[in-house]
Ligand binder design. Structure first.
Ligand code: HAM
Length: 426
């Protein structure tokens, strides 16, 4: 029997109402805050991620699904990659379609996306090799910290609407590229005497981008990381001020946060503000729900004009896991037909097809099975369908045009015409 590939999974119908709910609340948040949807390809040129996300990141270095496309006549097959994230793709689309053209100063492009991403990580609960993200990107010429705070406000609304309240917002500033270069030297000096205590991956990180040692999950490395100077200590003045403004905007909106100077995020494109939202219920070790930040240099890195950007993505898989049991239960319960048609006899069966067609045309969700069964068996099927009502059609009902509508929760039964039933259900 052929099964799913390690780290991938089927999302089964019983879980779909939870996914739909998270997606619907996200789309509602995006509507309220003026974001429009974009869909970019699932695979892109490898170079986009190598340059955009950064060669030294775990994502590019170890986790990408990269393959060589078939050669075309006269040219070699190019290297393609299943997208490990979508910020680089959205910024590419922004540049490719010249979305910056005809913009007044301060005008923003606000985009959102929903879709699968691929990373070859070690699978565990809440961590998959194909997972889903919902994210937003705000691009334009302004780097006002109010833009960031408004996005945080939207996330705050979104989480409250889903009743996911037990979360912590962690914020940090990773500064400008120039101050980061100075900091990286300080960092390398501090790491050098401890190199023998670090894992092989951290040796590689030390050589390529020392900031990435903060991403290491190995416990012995964490002990060293805890002693290292943080980027926040060597922030440039402009970034420091920007961070102060960001915090003031959060305060003004009543959004609580914790500053974590060691949170540097696992992607290279961040400048200044970086943040994560960590959940505490039902998530286990993979408890980072949302990650995001500012990326003012990304456009130029991939060949575009100077552009400021800020955005986030959350893991849809994890957001679904963070829903409370009670919420999940009621979403599943609501995912059932309104009516299950129970018919008795051949004539009633033929008549039921017409009744079902009319009810469906009127917008009612109707379930029906086609086998002629005894009343008891048919009612058991109706119960199993979790429908709100059973509609009973027998010879008598066919003759009178009045049907038995039985409430399957209370057991109450009434005799009603089709029009009355439609009125009742709408
Ligand atoms: P990220 O932190 O790499 O950021 O991913 C964002 C979120 O995606 C994570 O917080 C987590 O919820 C989810 N996620 C990541 N990897 C997995 C996985 N293997 N399995 C399940 N869920 C996962 C980004 O991707 C940036 N593009 C976010 C961003 C947008 N920054 C600015 N704009």
């Amino acid at each position: 029997m052929i099964q799913t590939v390690r780290g991938t999974r089927d999302i089964l119908p019983s879980d779909m109402p939870l996914w739909h709910r998270v997606e619907a609340v996200a789309r509602e948040a995006f509507r309220r805050y003026g974001f429009r949807e974009i869909r970019t390809p699932i695979f892109e040129k490898t170079e986009l991620f190598a340059r955009g996300v950064g060669e030294a990141t775990d994502i590019v270095h170890k986790e990408m699904y990269t393959f060589t496309d078939r050669a075309r006549q006269g040219s070699e097959g190019e290297s393609l990659t299943l997208r490990p994230e979508n910020t680089a793709s959205v910024v590419r689309a922004y540049i490719q379609h010249k979305m910056f053209a005809d913009k007044s100063p301060g005008e923003l492009t606000k985009l959102y996306y929903i879709g699968p991403m691929f990373r070859r990580e070690r699978p565990q609960a809440g961590r998959y090799r194909q997972f889903y993200q919902i994210g937003v990107e705000v691009m334009g010429s302004s780097d006002d910290a109010a833009i960031e705070a408004e996005v945080m406000e939207m996330l705050d609304w979104f989480l409250k609407e889903l009743k996911i309240t037990n979360t912590t917002l962690l914020i940090n500033s990773v500064g400008e590229p120039a101050s980061r270069a100075v900091y990286l030297e300080t960092l390398r000096e501090a790491i050098r005497p401890n190199l023998d205590k670090l894992c092989g991956d951290c040796h590689h990180r030390f050589e390529t981008n020392a900031l990435r040692v903060f991403d290491c999950k190995v416990e012995s490395c964490q002990t060293v990381v805890a002693t290292l100077p943080t980027i926040t200590d060597s922030l440039d003045e402009a970034s420091r001020q920007h961070f102060e403004q960001f915090k003031a905007h959060l305060d003004a909106r009543g959004i609580a946060y914790t500053v974590n100077p060691r949170m540097v995020r696992g992607l290279d494109y961040y400048t200044r503000t970086a943040f994560e939202i960590v959940g505490h219920d039902g998530l286990g070790a993979q408890n980072t729900l949302v990650g995001g930040g500012r990326y003012d240099g990304l456009s130029e890195t991939i060949g575009g004009p100077p552009t400021k950007g800020f955005g986030f993505a959350f893991g849809l898989d994890r957001m679904v896991m963070a829903l409370s049991e009670a919420e999940a239960e009621s979403l599943r319960a609501a995912d059932a037909p309104s009516i299950f048609i129970v018919f008795l006899g051949e004539a009633a069966r033929a008549h039921s097809f017409v009744v079902a067609q009319q009810l469906r045309a009127a917008g009612v969700a109707v379930a029906m099975e086609f086998e002629d069964r005894k009343m008891k068996k048919a009612m058991a099927a109706a119960d199993k369908s979790r429908a709100t009502y059973a509609l009973i059609v027998g010879d008598n009902e066919v003759a009178t045009g009045k049907y038995g509508l039985k409430n399957l929760k209370t057991g109450e039964q009434e005799s009603l015409t089709l029009d009355e039933i439609i009125l009742r259900l709408n």
